[in-house]
Design a protein around this ligand. Structure first.
Ligand code: 4AD
Ligand code: MG
Length: 429
């Protein structure tokens, strides 16, 4: 039946082949028409000439850019064709003729967002989406291999996890509800039965500023483990990230090449352990580089970018001051001003891709932490219950899928790591 462009490239000269896809390039030289066909696997040159017959030649002329076509022909080698192989046509049918395609090259980023539904056909975005698929598969394989249960938390919630400032409010039959910022609290519920759980789901953040690394809707990989401390969790995170990078290097080299992403830059990140630096040391490193920052201040995108200059793999920043972090984090017993918390920062300027911690497992201390942050304990009654009925030391983390993809694919903006990014001024398409 039909062969993919990739399969045709593996055939021998003289072999017959049928293909289908979309017209990526079109060149009419009168006696010959060159079409570059695009399918989900790549591209292939098709040639209609007088040998193909006048009907085929006529149909090839009609096959405008982005028309869908079916074709049949004989494989031939030609060093001028992309991939060195072309198909000399015996038949051709335009399935859906395309009107004048609005994307011709050189359009503004804004315009390309307006026509995102068409721009997603670009080879560049196709390569990113294929790497994204590999990451999703790798996450699942990793957690299955480690004996974690995959669970499904709700997207509609009634309380904040990561602070009220970035909550999206929803009118839920006249009462306020929120789009989830993180599945964490629900994963914590589920460890009391399943012990080790994970999920991959959307999270929502009403971020106030527009940056290269923030989305309003993003995909969040989260895991939670009973009987695990911060160190256990960091080992889990580095194993996960190293494994997924390796999977991309094993399976998606062509896509990386198309994106002009040097695989050599990713190779060191397939090995663990990743470096660890305490927050207090990170402040020192930054001050040595002339950054005006003091202990107690948060690391922003700029500070993180500077820190990444010290490492060629992802690295952990640990033991943040308690006030900088969310209410659920456990203080370090040896140093109660600091949280048993870690961020994983990706190299090459990307910065934070994972946030995780050991959780406060003591009822009174958790209640105090909730109160001291001005939160209403009534909103967290069920969460507090977990500390009243068989509490257990536990830890977990969340990884921003688009952040990781941005790093791996070498993207300069997070919007291209997700097919349909949402923006404040446009929720289209
Ligand atoms: O650091 P965050 O806010 O941590 C949590 O939500 C924890 N409750 C997770 C947990 O322990 N289960 O978010 C986790 C990660 C960040 O490190 C970042 O990679 C990503 O989610 N992230 C975003 N990605 C894209 N756009 C945004 N607006 C993001 N906000 C966070
Ligand atoms: Mg964070």
């Amino acid at each position: 039946m039909y062969k993919t462009t990739r399969e045709v490239r593996g055939l021998s000269p003289g072999d017959p082949a049928r293909v289908r896809g979309w017209v990526y390039r079109h060149r009419d030289l009168g006696k010959r028409v060159f079409i570059v066909l695009r399918d989900s696997e790549g591209i292939l040159q098709l040639v209609a000439s007088e040998d193909s017959g006048s009907e085929v030649l006529e149909e090839a002329r009609r096959a405008s850019i982005e028309s869908s076509i079916e074709a049949e022909g004989i494989v031939a080698r030609d060093p001028r064709a992309p991939g060195g192989v072309e198909l000399r046509l015996k038949s051709l049918r335009v399935v859906g003729r395309a009107e004048d395609f609005p994307i011709k090259g050189g359009e503004s980023i804004d315009y390309l967002l307006d026509v995102r539904h068409l721009w997603l056909r670009s080879r560049r975005l196709t390569a990113v989406m294929r790497i994204r698929d590999t990451l999703f598969n790798a996450y699942r394989d990793f957690f299955r291999g480690r004996g974690f249960w995959e669970v499904s938390p709700p997207m509609l919630t009634q309380a904040a996890v990561e602070g009220g400032a970035t909550l999206f409010k929803v009118d839920f039959f006249g009462k306020p509800a929120y789009l989830t910022q993180s599945a964490q609290l629900y994963l914590e519920v589920l460890i009391f039965s399943l012990e080790r759980v994970w999920t991959l789901a959307p999270s929502f953040r009403a971020e106030r500023s527009r940056t290269r690394r923030h989305l309003y809707e993003y995909w969040h990989l989260e895991a939670e483990e009973a009987w695990a401390g911060m160190e256990d969790e960091m080992r889990l995170v580095e194993d996960l990230v190293a494994y997924t990078v390796k999977r991309v290097l094993d399976e998606r080299l062509e896509e990386l090449e198309l994106l002009k992403r040097d695989p050599e830059r990713l190779e060191p990140s397939t090995k663990t352990p990743y470096p660890r630096v305490r927050y207090s040391e990170a402040i020192e490193l930054l001050r040595r580089k002339g950054v005006d920052i003091r202990y107690g201040e948060d690391l922003g995108a700029d500070e993180e970018r500077i820190l990444t200059e010290y490492y060629e793999t992802p690295f952990f920043v640990t033991h943040f001051p308690l006030e900088l972090k969310s209410f659920y984090m456990k203080p370090d017993p040896g140093n109660p001003g600091e949280a048993l918390a870690f961020d994983l920062l990706a190299p090459e300027g990307v910065g934070e891709i994972v946030g995780g911690s050991q959780r406060e497992d003591d009822y009174e201390r958790l209640l105090n932490a909730i109160r001291s942050r001005g939160l209403d304990p009534r909103d967290y009654e069920w969460y507090l219950d977990l500390r009243r009925y068989g509490s257990v030391p536990h830890s977990g983390f969340g990884l921003g899928v688009e952040r990781q993809l941005m790093w791996i694919a070498g993207l300069d903006h997070i919007r291209d790591a997700i097919p349909f990014p949402r923006f404040r001024d446009r929720i289209y398409p």
